[in-house]
Design a protein around this ligand. Structure first.
Ligand SMILES: Cc1cc2nc3c(=O)[nH]c(=O)nc-3n(C[C@H](O)[C@H](O)[C@H](O)COP(=O)(O)O)c2cc1C
Length: 366
């Protein structure tokens, strides 16, 4: 695939990506405890994958309240910034580029992670979903999410400020930019959809009101660090976690126009969380392209061939690979030379643990 469009460089925001192969954000739950601090091992893992056009980190909480799973990293304390600086230094030393994915899980959380025992959400509705929590016995289990507390208007302003503050922290930690995680049924997604947002104030009801939270966050972080360092991840096609709402496509297309006015670097579509990838219509792709002038990234079960094809269509600029990058630190090299790929053989190493199933996937050798 040496001459493939996958290997053509492209400028995006403040970076120039040497290829179109992005490493998708993947939670790996390997921070140091207590405090959810990024480690040297995480720096090794990301640096191994520095040949990506750019890397998007695992989801990283903007506050204690924004946490939903054990051992996921934070970005709100000085220790977090210092830990992440090791990661960005290692990636930059390996000539890579790296964005931080900023995250608030909202109702996708567990009572054990909250001092008052209650996660927060636009409305007091349970997601009918589970999160991965490690108990006092050291064993990780999937546990039910409780009914959350509905956020007040003042709470919402505080959360927007947490996004702003952690965007600033990410730049201080050496990241090339940030990605706001607005997909997969987490807090911002919960605001976008009628199924999880029953508010009757300016953050609920009409499409304009339901996208307001996302737009105010993007506005706040763009003013803080520069819109050319900001991307957003959206997942219009998921329906699990109580997220089914046919109007979400209209909401996302209207939001895309407003993100365009703010001048952000990219929109990243999570087309599948795991294998639940519905077909994405061409008309949606055309509408998104028409609404947004920045880069468009897609992710979800892409191969080298399907990635090349969708970029060649002109409707997309980058393809993010998740599980293939997890198991193949040298993924661009393998794609370029049509080499076989390593597979994930032990799913128990995905979340939590050490080097096994994390930094021990081999690069290709003859
Ligand atoms: C282990 C694992 C962890 C994930 N964690 C995140 C995450 O933190 N943030 C996110 O937006 N998506 C997350 N995802 C979804 C991936 O970014 C990606 O969209 C998904 O794996 C589909 O792409 P793939 O078929 O190339 O793996 C995760 C996926 C996997 C496999």
């Amino acid at each position: 695939m040496t001459n493939s469009v996958l290997f053509t460089p492209k400028a995006m925001g403040t970076i120039v990506s040497p290829n179109r192969i992005v490493m998708a954000p993947m939670t790996r739950s390997r921070t140091a405890q207590p405090g959810d601090i990024p480690t040297d091992l995480m720096a090794t893992y990301y640096a191994q994958r520095a040949s990506a056009g750019f890397i998007i980190t695992e989801a990283t909480q903007i506050s204690k309240q924004g946490k939903g799973y054990s051992f996921t990293p934070g970005m709100y304390s000085e220790e977090h910034v210092n830990g992440w600086r090791k990661v960005t230094n290692a990636v930059h030393a390996a000539e890579g580029r790296i964005f931080s994915q900023l995250w608030h899980v909202g109702r996708m959380s567990h009572e054990s992670l909250h001092e008052d025992g209650t996660p927060v959400a636009p409305s007091a509705l349970s997601p009918d979903a589970q999160v991965w929590i490690v108990g006092d016995d050291g064993v990780g289990r999937m546990l039910d999410c409780p009914i959350p507390r509905a956020l007040s208007n003042d709470d919402i302003k505080d959360i927007i400020d947490d996004y702003r503050h952690t965007a600033k922290n990410a730049i201080e930690a050496g990241f090339d930019g940030i990605e706001i995680h607005a997909g997969n049924g987490y807090l911002i997604d919960q605001f976008l959809r009628r199924s999880s947002n029953k508010r009757d104030d300016e953050y609920g009801g009409s499409i304009e009101n339901r996208i307001r939270f996302a737009v105010e966050i993007i506005d706040a972080v763009s003013h803080e660090i520069g819109a050319d360092k900001v991307g957003i991840r959206l997942a219009p096609f998921i329906t699990q976690r109580g997220m089914n709402d046919t109007q979400v496509i209209d909401a996302i297309l209207l939001a895309a126009k407003l993100f365009n006015d703010l001048g952000i670097a990219y929109i990243h579509l999570s087309e599948a969380d795991w294998d639940d990838a519905p077909a994405v219509s061409d008309s949606f792709r055309h509408d998104l392209r028409a609404a947004f002038n920045g880069a468009i990234i897609v992710a979800g079960n892409y191969t080298a061939e399907s990635g090349e094809k969708i970029i060649a269509s002109g409707l997309v600029d980058f393809v993010a690979y998740g599980r293939k990058f997890l198991a193949n630190p040298d993924l661009p090299y393998r794609f370029k030379n049509n080499l076989p790929l390593n597979e994930i053989t032990d799913s128990s190493t995905l979340f939590g643990g050490g080097e096994v199933g994390y930094t021990d996937f081999p690069c290709y050798t003859i």
